[in-house]
Design a protein around this ligand. Sequence first.
Ligand SMILES: C[S@@+](CC[C@H](N)C(=O)[O-])C[C@H]1O[C@@H](n2cnc3c(N)ncnc32)[C@H](O)[C@@H]1O
Length: 258
Amino acid sequence: MNDWQGGDLAQDTNEVFSALYDDFNYRYQNTQWTGRLSERAKAVGLNGTRLLDVACGTGLSAIPMLDRGWSVTACDISEKMIRIAKEKVGDRVRCEQADMRELPTFGSFDLVWAINDPLNYLLSEEELQAALVGMKRNLASEGVLLFDLNTLATYRTFFAEVCEVKARGRHIIWTGHTQPEAVRPGTCAEASVEEVGKPASAHVHRQRHYPEATVMETLQVAGLRCVEALGVSEPDGRLSTPIDEDDHRKMVYICKAM
Ligand SMILES: C[S@@+](CC[C@H](N)C(=O)[O-])C[C@H]1O[C@@H](n2cnc3c(N)ncnc32)[C@H](O)[C@@H]1O
């Protein structure tokens, strides 16, 4: 493995988080969200139904795409996340353990995406670039790449707050450790997560903010061009332009090879 500046923490974090992930996200509307994203990608020319789901986690985004008739290949750095995904999808999906910073060529895909946070776990521009290059290598000639990144607003709120989730008999606490006034473009933020009464479940999430200009420069170096950059609003996940770092919750980038 390369001597990355940062980001290896993501593997340790997500090995532990995997056991809590589906319960922590039980309110999340994956079907609606993945439908909205794929429709948006179609609007900029996505054609075909081969998906590479990079950093697939437990398969929450892959499953609605399978249900829509897509053929899905999925990978994640966390062995446990992949194991849980496999338990759900069986042999309907090729699931592999892979680090997106050193992404193998799994094939040629109409849509390659890394959604619901994965790129925020990359802690340097070098890592972001490596991930983008690897994803580009997996694109079909007219393929579309789609990913999301957190806005400053998310680091100033969610990463500064306590959020309690009670689901399916579990009580999970997210504790943001960020001072909102200290959050700047490019900032790294931390939050800890723990299931109440289960000290062994405690772990830390470290994520980085990438300003739009940095993303655009990195895309260009990776041989990609952004065809649409959108902001995501709370609470309904509405997509709109232009991106507003202080208002939107996330940014969604839709890209093609140059
Ligand atoms: C918040 S989860 C999102 C999972 C999934 N995409 C979804 O929509 O539910 C982020 C995922 O990114 C994965 N991840 C983080 N860094 C990664 C890396 N360098 N390579 C591959 N996966 C990574 C984590 O293991 C975790 O499963």
